[in-house]
Design a protein around this ligand. Structure first.
Ligand code: MRU
Length: 347
């Protein structure tokens, strides 16, 4: 169940992305043959969500390899590396992007100069994609096991099939918990300014007939105070070595409110989202996006002329506010440096 939506695909030598900017009114699929266009697609939010960005970048690296081989033959490594740097500049916070590019570099290091690297790199990108899907299914089982139920849960942004290789991280846990009969329903923050909750999470859940109730994120603390949810379940864009978690702006506020109201707080993320090089969350680069995204809704300007806006796309939730980080290698309860190191060593 819950495994039909695919945001990223590789079809007949082309990368195919579901244009998430158009959901739910339309579901156009865009095809890519150039790595620079893939970098632009990530920047412009055609594809979004940390694991999906990583998988897309890996396929972008395959297109870059083809371009580099066609233009430079045995000298493909130079132009290929330049294209990878272009992909890396697309968005700064989700570490899966850099993790996937690094993995592609490691695979390329073993390849001969005198043969096209495309086939070997495509196999690596496909492996990254398939492993992500398998990780999500495992996290679904592990995360659902933490929920006693019957209860309702709150989620934020979209950490579903659309944000990953399929099935989802936080929504994977929700899918598994629903299938196990533990959930009475799901509350989803609308998630300004891109409305990933209203447009994407609600779309995914409605398709699976999982009851979803939207709320403005300003209503979340009141929802908790009214005793409506037992868990907040979110994904992550980057997890520092001490368990601090960067995720969609608004996540930190949810964690503060959850702790105040005795609501438990779960983060579901694959180990590819952990950045062991970063000692703590303060070091995570936080993307700031254009003010226009806050000053209007879509193309429609709503703010008073003359107003300016601050638009951080992510925030950092300190580990002390998190009850459990669920990865495909196991659960870290009350996360800290030792717990994160332990789960990484499980590999
Ligand atoms: O700006 P976005 O839509 O790319 O942000 C996505 C999020 O913050 C998700 O919650 C996160 O990537 C986890 S997705 C499995």
């Amino acid at each position: 169940m819950g495994d039909t939506i695919r945001a990223v695909d590789w079809v007949e030598g082309e990368l195919v992305l579901l244009d998430q900017r158009r959901l739910p009114e339309a579901q156009p699929r865009l095809r890519y043959r150039e790595s620079a266009a893939v970098a632009e697609a990530i920047r412009e939010m055609v594809v979004r969500g940390a694991p999906a960005i990583g998988i897309t970048a890996a396929y972008g690296a395959v297109l870059a390899a083809r371009e580099a081989w066609e233009t430079a033959g045995a000298g493909w490594r130079g132009p290929w590396e330049a294209a990878l740097e272009g992909l890396a500049r697309s968005r700064p916070t989700a570490v899966n992007l850099f993790w996937a590019l690094e993995r592609m570099r490691r695979r390329a290091a073993d390849l001969p100069d005198a043969h096209s690297p495309e086939a070997a790199l495509l196999a690596e990108a496909r492996a990254i994609h398939e492993e992500d899907l398998a990780a999500n299914r495992r996290m679904g089982e592990l995360g659902a096991a933490l929920i006693e139920g019957p209860c309702a849960v709150l989620t934020h942004c979209n950490a579903g099939a659309l944000a990953t290789g399929g099935y989802g991280t936080a929504l994977g846990v929700i899918r598994a918990a629903w299938a196990a009969g533990k959930l009475t329903g799901v509350y989803a923050d609308e998630t300004r300014p891109w409305l990933q909750g209203a447009r994407l999470t609600a779309w995914e859940l409605v398709q699976e007939q999982i009851p979803v109730t939207l709320l403005a994120e300003g209503a979340a603390a009141w929802l908790m105070r009214r005793g409506k949810v037992a868990w907040v379940i979110v994904g992550a864009d980057r997890i520092a070595a001490n368990g601090d978690v960067a995720n969609k702006i608004g996540t930190y506020g949810l964690a503060l409110a959850a702790r105040r109201h005795g609501v438990r707080f779960m983060v579901a993320a694959p180990t590819s989202t952990i950045d062991p090089e970063l000692p703590e969350g303060d070091g995570i680069p936080i993307e700031e996006r254009p003010a226009e995204e806050v000053l209007g809704v879509g193309e429609h300007r709503i703010a008073a002329p003359g107003a300016v806006a601050w638009n951080p796309a992510f925030d950092v939730t300190p580990a002390e506010l998190i009850d459990a980080i669920v990865t495909e290698r196991g659960v870290v309860e009350r996360p800290d440096r030792a717990g994160i190191a332990r789960v990484l060593a499980e590999g």
